[in-house]
Design a binder for this molecule. Structure first.
Ligand SMILES: Cc1cc2nc3c(=O)[nH]c(=O)nc-3n(C[C@H](O)[C@H](O)[C@H](O)COP(=O)(O)O)c2cc1C
Ligand code: SF4
Length: 440
């Protein structure tokens, strides 16, 4: 299988090596097309966003106004703060120029003269690596004013790296724009959508790092080629991230629709100690989990996962073995979303805190079966009632973990499982999960 996003060529991150292997030729080719032709190619390719919602990239670009008296902007989302997600940093490290080339093509297609790459603030190493690649692209005349001469076109764009400051919510596209503007990272009410009213009130497109890195090969090889890779309704390769109880954690670039069991056993080397899988979260911590006895035959792409009541999200697969304490895991996940809620909406601000409080009660062995219903009820009252999707991100793990593992949770909270008092105190202080994600 050809690696599209993370090619196996030594030193591919270096500009000379990238150019020697055909780098920036796709941009050259793209600039001979009209902007509509590029958007049409990407639409037909079926490329979907890799940032979580799997929205069609070409369709999103077509929402940008053709003529506008305001400047247009492109934002590349590399905030990558969802637990279980650590794919974009591989691109920053191993293939930064294909990302930069993808940005040039996308910026041209939507006629954006200014682009921002928003990177998770904690990614110090990767910010430096990407800045070096960007500096090299500038000094080779591939970005900025000089690209007019280099490519012989009347268009140019500038690219700036913007560091986040450690807030997960700034990965949500509208708070990302507020953050770039220097405002507090609060999500905005939609509509209006960014294509109409984005950065500084101007038309803006926001795409994930992996999404944009897929663009140069689509232009190089044509949309038909891309549309035939993997599952037709969600084509291309996906950077699957394997973490948790897995022998070989890491990022695996494979065609969409790869079997979840292949990811775990063929590529990930199975579960340490040959233990059984109890639970798998297929796309980052906010996605509804699957039971271990449900994973046979599950294909990893947006459409196939819908049938199992979950979603591809960021493709970050978190594996939990049979000895995992799901109550502690869920309490830790809930703590994350409680901490990251921006506090604008009452259901999210209050609900995340209540869910954490109740889950901590269960962890300490002082909960009851009634608490399980209460948790689902709180989650249901958050879902659909908030400004941004962090509400769902917080509600889904709680709601679906409890409903799908009801037997497990009931057993765990029943009286014979109440922990001795000494352990209770200990577990109250140590609700942190021990699953070994690369990110943490
Ligand atoms: C709370 C929250 C956090 C998000 N974090 C990220 C992120 O770190 N990276 C990302 O690409 N998308 C993130 N998203 C999704 C973005 O809002 C947006 O849909 C995405 O960047 C669009 O890119 P795509 O269409 O290429 O997937 C987040 C969404 C929410 C609600
Ligand atoms: S859902 Fe939560 S994170 Fe999103 S805007 Fe409302 S309070 Fe903020």
């Amino acid at each position: 299988m050809e690696k599209i996003v993370l090619p196996e060529i030594k030193d591919y991150h270096l500009i000379d090596v990238y150019i020697k292997n055909g780098g920036y030729e796709s941009a050259k080719k793209a600039f001979t097309f009209s902007t509509d032709e590029i958007i049409d190619q990407v639409k037909k390719s079926g490329l979907r966003g890799r940032g979580g919602a799997a929205f069609l990239a070409g369709l999103k670009w077509s929402f940008m106004p053709k003529s506008s008296d305001k400047p247009k902007y492109l934002c590349i989302n590399g905030d990558e703060s969802e637990p279980g997600s650590f794919k974009d940093r591989q691109i920053f490290e191993y293939n930064p120029h294909q990302l930069i080339e993808g940005i040039l093509i996308t910026a041209y297609a939507i006629q954006a003269n200014t682009c921002y790459i928003y990177i998770r603030g904690e990614y110090h190493k990767w910010i430096k690596l990407l800045q070096k690649a960007l500096d090299d692209a500038y000094s080779n005349g591939l970005v900025g004013e000089k690209m007019k001469d280099t490519f012989g076109i009347g268009f140019c764009t500038n690219i700036y790296i913007h560091k986040g400051a450690g807030a997960y919510i700034c990965g949500e596209e509208s708070s990302l724009m507020n953050s770039i503007e220097g405002q507090r990272g609060y999500p905005r009410v939609k509509p209006p959508f960014p294509a109409q009213n984005g950065l500084w009130g101007c038309p803006t497109t926001i795409n994930n790092v992996e999404t944009i890195t897929n663009v140069p090969p689509i232009i190089k090889n044509g949309w038909e080629w891309f549309s035939k890779i993997g599952e037709p309704k969600h084509p291309g390769t996906i950077l699957y991230g394997l973490s948790g109880h897995i022998n070989k954690p890491g990022i695996y670039e494979l065609p969409s629709g790869t079997l979840l069991t292949d990811l775990i056993y063929k590529y990930g080397g199975g579960v340490p100690g040959d233990k059984k899988v109890l639970c798998v979260i297929p796309g980052g911590s906010s996605m509804p989990p699957l039971r271990g006895d449900q994973i046979e035959g599950v294909k990893m792409d947006a459409e196939s996962l819908k049938a199992y009541g979950t979603a591809i999200g960021t493709g970050g697969v978190i594996v939990m073995d049979e000895d995992t304490d799901l109550v502690k895991i869920l309490a830790r996940i809930a703590k994350f979303y409680y901490h990251e809620s921006c506090g604008q909406c009452t259901p999210c601000r209050e609900g995340t805190g209540w869910m954490l409080k109740i889950l901590n009660r269960l962890v300490s062995g002082e909960g009851s079966v009634k608490d399980l219903d209460l948790l689902v009820s709180v989650a249901n009252n958050i879902e659909g009632n908030t400004i941004c999707a962090l509400g769902e991100a917080a509600a889904w793990p709680v709601k679906f973990m409890i409903t799908r593992f009801r037997d497990y949770f009931e057993k765990r909270v029943s009286s014979e499982n109440i922990l001795p008092v000494r352990n209770k105190v200990h577990s109250m202080r140590n609700t942190a999960i021990s699953i070994d994600t690369e990110q943490n």
